[in-house]
Design a protein around this ligand. Structure first.
Ligand SMILES: NC(=O)c1ccc[n+]([C@@H]2O[C@H](COP(=O)([O-])OP(=O)(O)OC[C@H]3O[C@@H](n4cnc5c(N)ncnc54)[C@H](O)[C@@H]3O)[C@@H](O)[C@H]2O)c1
Length: 340
């Protein structure tokens, strides 16, 4: 098996999940890291025994690098994805792949011209509970889907935004709660429900109004392509990060996701279907444990030249489209229709 050489751009909070996943992926070596902070970069390159670059464009000139992981602030995703694809690299980008749908259009054109592929980190799709839920719904195991309700309450405090000043600003984060924390939930909901056709939503900034110029709370009423309905609520104003709660109502029963466990619920009985409780190194429990699975899947796809389940640009665009639609709906106070 040919060894694949990886580089990580951006050594902040999430990069440790990528380092750990690379360590646990056979046939992969972390060859370089990139960060604009030279002290941090040099210290980490010693720890990881790899090269350090302060400028990602210099790293892209290293022909030995096969795969580039992008773990930087949102406003840098598009230029870095475009440059890495143009340099002939395989690219694995943290969510959101871009800040808006205009970014997606540019990336789509670039990907068409490129030899490499673009994968986006929606690791929660690979949680055992997500896979089981999707399978049950796609088989109509509980009859026709009637509704999906999603409830996500996390805690983001002023120091979280002060530590990384790109957060909490439209120009650099592209939003906050929706595009950063809740985008995984929007992605799962649309993936389980077979696509959202239209929505009506509201965004607000309450507790963080003196800290950020974006939103800390959002809700939306959703309609799915198969006729099912959905309710979505998310906020960064809780006092702790609680695991995503989902209620899935079908004609012949109900499924519930609670504490990272999927249950089938009927009358007074709860039967466990799947659990995500696996002790994986650096992944915080509420982020999900899927980075290792998502990154291994991406490297498998690079080796086999198949996309096989990797979340690509078109899939990643769906949740980004929902984010944009909720902002627009909130502004217009109207339903917004999404493209098929
Ligand atoms: N998949 C998940 O569950 C998950 C969880 C957390 C964060 N994320 C995503 O990961 C990305 C990074 O988030 P974070 O919380 O780690 O951010 P962070 O602010 O903690 O880290 C960003 C890092 O990028 C570096 N950086 C900034 N500009 C750079 C440049 N031009 N070149 C190289 N490095 C540069 C910074 O110095 C910093 O070390 C975001 O897209 C975020 O949404 C994903």
């Amino acid at each position: 098996m040919k060894t694949l050489n990886a580089a990580i751009i951006g050594c902040g909070a999430i990069h440790t999940c990528h380092v750990e996943a690379l360590r646990q992926t056979p046939g992969v070596v972390l060859r370089a890291i990139v960060d604009i902070d030279p002290d941090k970069g040099r210290a980490l390159s010693g720890e990881y025994d790899c090269a350090f670059y302060q400028d990602y464009r210099e790293m892209l000139c290293d022909v030995a690098i096969d795969v580039v992981h992008i773990c930087t602030p949102h406003y840098l995703h598009k230029p870095m994805v475009l440059a890495a694809l143009a340099a002939g690299k395989q690219v694995f980008c943290e969510k959101p792949v871009g800040m808006n749908m205009a970014d997606i259009v540019e990336m789509r054109a670039a990907e068409k011209q490129a030899d490499g592929r673009l994968g986006v980190c929606y690791q929660n799709r690979l949680n055992p509970t997500s896979l089981a839920l999707r399978q049950l719904l796609s088989e109509n195991a509980l009859g026709r889907l009637l509704s999906i309700n999603a409830f996500l309450t996390w805690s983001r405090t002023p120091p979280y935004y002060a530590n990384s000043p790109w957060r909490g600003r439209y120009a650099s984060e592209g939003g906050s709660l929706l595009i950063n924390q809740a985008i995984h939930t929007l992605d799962l909901v649309q993936w389980f429900g077979g696509g959202v056709t239209r929505l009506k939503g509201v965004v607000d900034c309450a507790r963080l109004e003196d800290t950020i110029d974006t939103e800390d709370t959002a809700m939306a009423t959703l309609e799915f392509s198969g006729g099912a309905r959905g309710l979505f609520f998310a906020s960064n104003n809780h006092t702790r990060d609680t695991p995503l709660q989902l209620d899935i109502h079908c004609e012949q029963g109900e499924l519930q996701l609670r504490d990272n466990t999927l249950w089938r619920v009927s009358d007074d009985k709860r039967v466990m279907i799947a659990s995500d409780e696996t002790p994986y190194g650096h992944s915080k429990r509420y982020w999900g444990n899927g980075h290792i699975n998502a990154i291994r899947q991406f490297y498998d796809a690079v080796r086999s030249d198949r996309h096989s389940g990797v979340t690509g640009l078109n899939d990643a665009a769906k949740s980004l489209h929902m984010v944009e639609a909720i902002y627009r709906s909130s502004q217009l106070r109207q339903w917004v229709t999404l493209p098929e």
